[in-house]
Design a protein around this ligand. Structure first.
Ligand SMILES: [Zn+2]
Length: 352
């Protein structure tokens, strides 16, 4: 910091120092945003050695979060991960159907992995908004339990309650495995939206205190969820349909139309933008595209780390993402909202 201030107050310096000073000044402003507001990656798997890795947890996630001043991650386990693969066209999907209780067993195993992470590797579990506030005040990286797809329920709502007891606070309804909740974006439409069981699941999430995440759901499913939900919804990782800044048509089927996004915003909810962009400046353009249709109070950061190539492969870069937002024209207040403030509002309303 001393050298930053010296540079800022030093007036004319050697060639290049003006740019260097500007970069340093952006960094100071970005750190100020992260000091004042609680930032959250609303959808992550925690990097290459994260929660879908067969390796046991280690301290690299907490270390990266500390280095980049990221306050909290919603760390999502993937119950149908053992089934996933790519077909000949390179499209992600399931390669076989699960056997009974197979995904439930995988889910329990991943819950144990998260327990181990919290017990020994520097992340504090956040069960309430108050926990997020106290962790941020103490400078302690926080973990919010998430689950990507409720495929492990197999019709048993008591498994949702068990997940809540084990610390899950964010529940994504569908992923890549056909389930009895609703249709998902890259699958066959079999339910024409949300099922009666899906409605029960949403009501139970409200009762227990979990954020309902409609990422991967079809537009019809998401809109039906918005209709029955009495709490703000999250759509944790996507980009606007036809997103120019992504510079790739890959994952177009996972993007959302302006109407789809607005249906989420109208619940008071938020849309997380994944970090699958060529660089941080392009990522900020992707955020802006969504802000233009959904409003600055309804956009979040949901990196989907570790999906490559991505603009944020390492949380040490988090502060640089905030700098890029400021450089890209967002005010400090807006950057604070997108980086976590909007999610905090959703989390408070759904979880308490
Ligand atoms: Zn996903």
């Amino acid at each position: 910091m001393a050298s930053v201030h010296a540079m800022l107050s030093g007036g004319v310096g050697p060639d290049g120092s003006t740019d260097a000073a500007r970069v340093a000044e952006d960094g100071v402003k970005a750190l100020e945003v992260l000091r004042r507001s609680i930032s959250v990656d609303v959808h992550t798997h925690g990097g290459p050695q994260g929660i879908y890795s067969p390796a046991p947890p280690n301290g690299s996630l907490a270390a990266g979060m500390r280095a980049g001043s990221l306050a909290a991650v919603c760390l999502s386990e993937i119950p149908d991960e053992p089934l996933l693969g790519r077909n000949a066209a390179g499209i992600t999907g399931i390669t076989r159907l699960p056997s009974p209780d197979e995904l439930y067993r995988h889910h329990l195993e991943r819950l144990a992995w998260a327990d181990e992470m919290v017990a020994h590797h520097g992340l504090q579990r956040a069960l309430t908004a108050a926990d997020l506030v106290s962790a941020h005040t103490a400078g302690q990286p926080a973990l919010i339990g998430g689950v990507e797809g409720l495929d492990f329920l197999e019709g048993k709502l008591e498994r949702l309650e068990e997940a809540h007891q084990r610390g899950i606070r964010s529940a994504q309804l569908v992923h890549y495995t056909p389930n009895d909740i609703g249709d998902f974006q890259m699958g066959m439409v079999t339910h024409e939206g949300l099922t009666a069981f899906g409605i029960e699941v949403i009501r139970d999430c409200h009762r227990l205190g979990m954020v309902v995440d409609v990422a991967h759901a079809t537009e019809k499913t998401a809109k039906a969820a918005a209709k029955v939900s009495t709490k703000p919804l999250l759509l944790s990782h996507t980009a606007l349909a036809g997103c120019r800044a992504m510079a790739s048509a890959r994952l177009a089927a996972r993007q959302v139309t302006p109407d789809h996004a607005r249906a989420i915003a109208e619940t008071g909810g938020g849309i997380g933008i994944w970090a699958i962009f060529p660089d941080l400046d392009k990522y900020v353009e992707g955020l802006k595209e969504m802000v233009d249709v959904a409003g600055v109070d309804h956009v979040c950061v949901g990196t989907d780390q570790q999906v490559a190539p991505g603009a944020l492969q390492d949380y040490a870069q988090w502060v640089n993402l905030i700098s890029a937002m400021l450089r890209g024209g967002f005010t400090a207040e807006e950057a604070g909202k997108i980086a976590g403030g909007n999610y905090l509002r959703i989390f408070r309303a759904a979880v308490g």
